[in-house]
Ligand binder design. Structure first.
Ligand SMILES: Nc1ncnc2c1ncn2[C@@H]1O[C@H](COP(=O)(O)OP(=O)(O)OP(=O)(O)O)[C@@H](O)[C@H]1O
Ligand SMILES: [Mg+2]
Length: 166
């Protein structure tokens, strides 16, 4: 559950968040929609503990993402950034398997590649795509691959940023 109460955030004289309240219960989705510069990314960054609000309370499954306990909840959060946010210098399979090649969940590279290829196949993408680079893909494809990297059974919360077009 996401519970945000009375959150304020300003950057100098720019008062971006002015008393935001929202609750998202388990199993539910919420869309935050608005014109450019209205604070959608700022509220998501506050939820991720990347920006500290000036005041107000944020709880993700009861944990404040700005507290010392934040890692226990942030390790369960998937984040899809606007524009895909893939690593251009890494082939697709290394992007999809990023968390298995680095950090705490690291496993050997051939196992990691196997997982990446399985994920690609699960969404109907050919094994041969695995060695392509992000620059060879359309914007929509990039997001799809980034999403695959984020889709982990242990994740409980997903935050997605996307642009709407006319
Ligand atoms: N780190 C920062 N320092 C100073 N100002 C910031 C910072 N981050 C965001 N802002 C300002 O906060 C306001 C809201 O920005 P934000 O990125 O949340 O907009 P948005 O609603 O996500 O827009 P878009 O639809 O273009 O993604 C903008 O005026 C922006 O300039
Ligand atoms: Mg934004």
């Amino acid at each position: 559950m996401i519970d945000v109460s009375d959150v304020y955030k300003s950057f100098a004289q720019n008062h971006v968040l002015k008393g935001v309240n929202l609750k998202v219960r388990d199993g539910k989705s919420m869309v935050i929609i608005g014109a450019s510069g209205q604070g959608k990314s700022v509220i998501l960054k506050c939820l991720l503990g990347l920006i500290k609000p000036n005041s107000g309370k944020i709880l993700l499954n009861g944990i404040d993402p700005n507290s010392s306990q934040k890692n226990s909840i942030l390790s369960k959060v998937g984040m899809l950034f606007q524009g895909g946010a893939l690593f251009d210098s890494l082939p697709i399979w290394q992007n999809v398997a990023f968390r298995y090649l680095h950090g705490k969940q690291k496993i050997n590279a051939s196992e990691a590649k196997k997982i990446a290829v399985e994920k690609l196949e699960r969404v109907g993408l050919k094994k041969s795509f695995a060695d392509n680079f992000p620059s060879e893909l359309s914007e929509e494809c990039k997001k799809e691959w980034h999403w695959l990297e984020q889709s982990q059974p242990n994740l409980k919360l997903y935050f997605l940023m996307n642009q709407l077009r006319d």
